[in-house]
Design a protein around this ligand. Sequence first.
Ligand code: HEC
Ligand code: HEC
Length: 283
Amino acid sequence: MRKTITWAAAGAAMMCAVAGGAGAAESLSQPELVKRGDYLVNTVMACGNCHTPMGPQGPDMSRFLAGGFHFDTPGFKVTASNLTSHSTGLGDWSDEEIKTAIRTGHRPDGSALAPVMPTSYYKILTPGDLDAVVAYLRTVPPVDNKVPDPVYDGAAPPAFPGAETPLMEDAQAADPVEKGRYLVTIAHCMECHMTREPGAPLGGGGLEIPGPWGVVVSANITSDPEHGLGNWSDEEIVRAITTGISRDGKELSPPMGYPYYAHMTPEDLAAMVAYLRTIPPAP
Ligand code: HEC
Ligand code: HEC
């Protein structure tokens, strides 16, 4: 049986991303740290795909990261939070409190965030990259927007599978496949590209994702030659990730964050592809 999740987020246009270096972020100066955080938040991690409100013309950049998307699912009704430096956002939170929320999914009062916030994938973040994300969030202009309080109906649903990854060392990122695994994890690709069934194959696809676009079924992105990406060229995979054009030229549906990924560096995209090639084939 397939399980479904409800997505309110549609693919979005994003233009302010700045590329940063990889790894060794703890040795960066403050401006370099902010630049690295800008890159992570606005490209590979695509926080705005959920946390920036969507207008008819795409994301409402006058309310950048000010919250807005509402997820109404069995188990919880939650709204992506205001991440700006306003007091209705993260203005009164300490750096440590923000880091704890991102990595463990717990607010300062101890309450657990609904797992639609992909914290289980953020456990892998290197301390340097976590510092960078927080340093960057501090620079996001304040927007006064109090999002509705979350409603949790009964027990919190289980966290997403396949993501109990340990913290990564900066040094590991020297290996392109390891770096790709890191990037695919923090991009939470597998949140969509596998079902919630126990034992579901990594990257096997098949998750039904309903939203304003109808119901879309996520693709198999394993190395399977017939059903996955095994026979795709590197260029075809990068084109799909960054422009949403499939191998056969078909335009892919939201909610994958193509416009965010489009601003990733060629090196990071190549590392992602190198890692995807190592995922065991699943039919
Ligand atoms: C798939 C959608 C999604 C993505 C991607 C996402 N978030 Fe969230 N986030 C949410 C939702 C929804 C909530 C609120 C959950 C709740 O109320 O239980 C949330 C809550 C939070 C909170 C807690 C704030 C508060 O006021 O309680 C922080 C901090 C946060 N997100 C930061 C981030 C950062 C930083 C990124 C990118 C690295 C990110 N999120 C990516 C959906 C997302
Ligand atoms: C929010 C959910 C979501 C996330 C996150 C996501 N994807 Fe997707 N992706 C989809 C869906 C749904 C499709 C199929 C769209 C369609 O068929 O129109 C897809 C399609 C693809 C395709 C095209 C496959 C084909 O056969 O056409 C590739 C490649 C891909 N995703 C890779 C990735 C990678 C790599 C990441 C992480 C960087 C990622 N996706 C993150 C939902 C997601």
